[in-house]
Write a protein that binds this ligand. Structure first.
Ligand code: CO
Length: 470
């Protein structure tokens, strides 16, 4: 019998997050959702990550309403979201009661699979979200952030995966946010995990460095149950490998992906002109589509390289770029080898730049790095040298237990603070996650400058009818 390999389609979340700063509006998704619902995907990654932020900050969309409308148009395929553990979709640790309410409402509005990760792989930062997902009966997919360092051995990943399964994970995702998982290393990692755990294993990578298709084939051969792909027009470069290409290769190798290739072709036909539109509008820079093997050579995510370069440009110091690049692994070692993912990639990059530009290492230290050294983000993969820690935070108290233990319940006080601008708990969570940006959105919604428009669902029904849909 053919082994089944599921395909998660990322075009509605990670593909546009990685290629065009998460700017795809709902109106570009709506017309194609009914057809996507028939393609046979294992899941549609369609919410979470930066989509929530982009909705309220840039697109003036209610992210909760987007989710409900998507669900109406694609009720049959499991919906998947990316959740940053105790950070939810924001940029700080939230209190447990906020995490619980957020998960509950996400499930009620249509999320079926919660992919939950912590930037440090500190499982204590996953506990509350996991418990909340379990309470809803939805799938809790705990996530290993893949990175390379002397501390991140196969033994480390195996122990981490086992711990996650013991905690109650329904599935395990290996998340290679930087696109640095190479084919042979990927196969070694997955076969090691396959022997250690019984739950489904999902691999997520990016095409950034050019090796992703090979990696996917090898990890599937090694026992991975599902891979993340993006429909061809929105694939490659900093996005995922193309769905159709991967399915063709896997089918030929004897795997059953459960998807209808003819439907995939129609979905690609729909997104092709949209991609051209995004390029014309300047939302999508075609440069993002070329492979950049530097991600593997420097073991620094592509996005971090371009961020560091633009920081240096602002400082008029692009001539120091190579020096900063060399400083990155040294800072990372000082900080106990954190994975270079938000918010650690920004911290490490900024600290490296400061170390070089100020002419003295750790003469200047950002507050976030001090907070990290006080244990506010969780446990570093390798303990930080105590002398180094004290040289930076002096006598500050260091937290050794779960960081959220030190955050008082805050849902009620946030509800009071935002007052009548919030019509329900969903609105309170918009404010909870994004503070002033959330408040601005809620204020603008209350005092719209333009006349009231037709609701999203009216618009969708109209567009879909025009396309000759049912
Ligand atoms: Co990703």
């Amino acid at each position: 019998m053919q082994r089944k390999v599921g395909i998660t389609e990322t075009v509605l979340r990670d593909a546009h997050q990685s290629l065009m700063a998460t700017r795809m509006p709902f109106e570009d998704m709506a017309p194609i959702l009914p057809l996507m619902d028939q393609a046979g995907y294992a899941s549609l990654e369609c919410w979470g990550g930066a989509t929530f932020d982009a909705c309220i900050r840039f697109l003036n969309e209610n992210p909760w309403e987007r989710l409900r409308e998507m669900k109406k148009l694609a009720p049959n395929t499991p919906f998947q979201m990316l959740l940053r553990g105790q950070n939810l979709l924001g940029y700080r640790h939230y209190a447990d009661d906020v995490v619980e309410r957020f998960v509950q409402l996400s499930a009620e509005n249509g999320i079926d699979i919660f992919r939950i990760f912590d930037a440090l792989n500190d499982v204590r930062n996953l506990e509350t979200a996991l418990r909340a997902v379990k309470k809803t009966g939805k799938e809790a997919q705990l996530t290993i952030c893949y990175t390379i360092s002397e501390a991140h051995t196969l033994e480390y990943y195996e122990a981490l995966a086992k711990e996650m399964v013991d905690m109650g994970a329904d599935s395990i995702c290996v998340k290679d946010m930087a696109g640095i998982l190479t084919p042979t290393r990927g196969a070694e990692l997955v076969s090691r995990l396959r022997q250690a755990i019984d739950v489904p294993i999902i691999v997520h990578t990016h095409a950034t460095s050019g090796v992703a298709y090979m990696t996917y084939l090898k990890v599937v051969e090694a026992g991975a149950n599902r891979v993340d792909c993006a429909i061809s027009p929105m694939s490659e470069g900093t996005s995922q490998p193309a769905t159709e290409s991967m399915v063709i290769a896997l089918n030929e190798a004897g795997y059953d992906c459960g998807v209808d290739v003819r439907i995939l072709e129609q979905i690609a036909d729909y997104f092709r002109p949209l991609k051209e539109k995004y390029i014309e509008e300047g939302l999508l820079d075609p440069k993002m589509l070329s492979p950049d093997p530097r991600a593997i050579i420097y073991q620094v995510p592509g996005g971090m390289l371009s961020n560091m370069y633009s920081q240096l440009k602002q400082a008029g110091a692009t001539n120091r770029y190579e020096e900063v690049l060399k400083e990155v692994p040294l800072v990372r070692e000082d900080l106990g080898f954190p994975p270079l993912v938000t918010p650690l990639s920004q911290m490490v990059g900024t600290q490296a730049a400061m170390n070089v530009l100020s002419g003295q290492r750790y003469k200047m230290v950002p507050n976030e790095v001090k907070g990290y050294l006080r244990g506010e983000y969780g446990k570093s993969p390798v303990p930080v040298d105590e002398e180094f820690r004290r040289s930076i935070i002096h006598d500050d108290v260091v937290i050794h237990d779960r960081p959220a233990n030190h955050i008082e319940p805050e849902f009620e006080s946030l509800t009071q603070e935002i007052g009548e601008l919030a019509e329900n708990d969903e609105d309170v969570l918009i404010y909870a996650l994004f503070a002033q940006v959330g408040k601005d959105y809620l204020t603008k919604r209350r005092n719209p400058v333009v006349e009231e428009q037709a609701t999203l669902s009216d618009e969708v029904v109209r567009v879909y009818a025009q396309m000759g849909g049912k």
